[in-house]
Ligand binder design. Sequence first.
Ligand SMILES: [Zn+2]
Length: 129
Amino acid sequence: MPDKIARCLICNEEFTKEELGHASCCPKCGNSGLPANPKEDVSIKINWHELRILTIWANNWAVRIKDETKTQPQLTIACIARRIQKQHPDKTPLTLAGEIEQIKKETDFKITETNIDDKPNKIAGEFNA
Ligand SMILES: [Zn+2]
């Protein structure tokens, strides 16, 4: 079985060199952002709070630059956070949008207005990433 050389950061699909061919975007979802090399996966020791800080700040930056690039930075961060969150579903959500979703599920508390965009998480669900 040929080695997978690329993983889309949005749909999480992995591709061999042959499957990619001369593609300039993800063959599955059309993401034009740089893919990850699955061979570069690592395990690291990090505190969940530290990871939340990094994720929240990355999302804030993605929101700021979302109109300046076609690489869907907000969706990319949401998909990465979702994949990490699935490894520890019992932990506090990694994004503020995820935290709001959790509050909505666990309480009768109604959030009628927020400046936190939770759409990327909903879009990410379409790819089952
Ligand atoms: Zn993709």
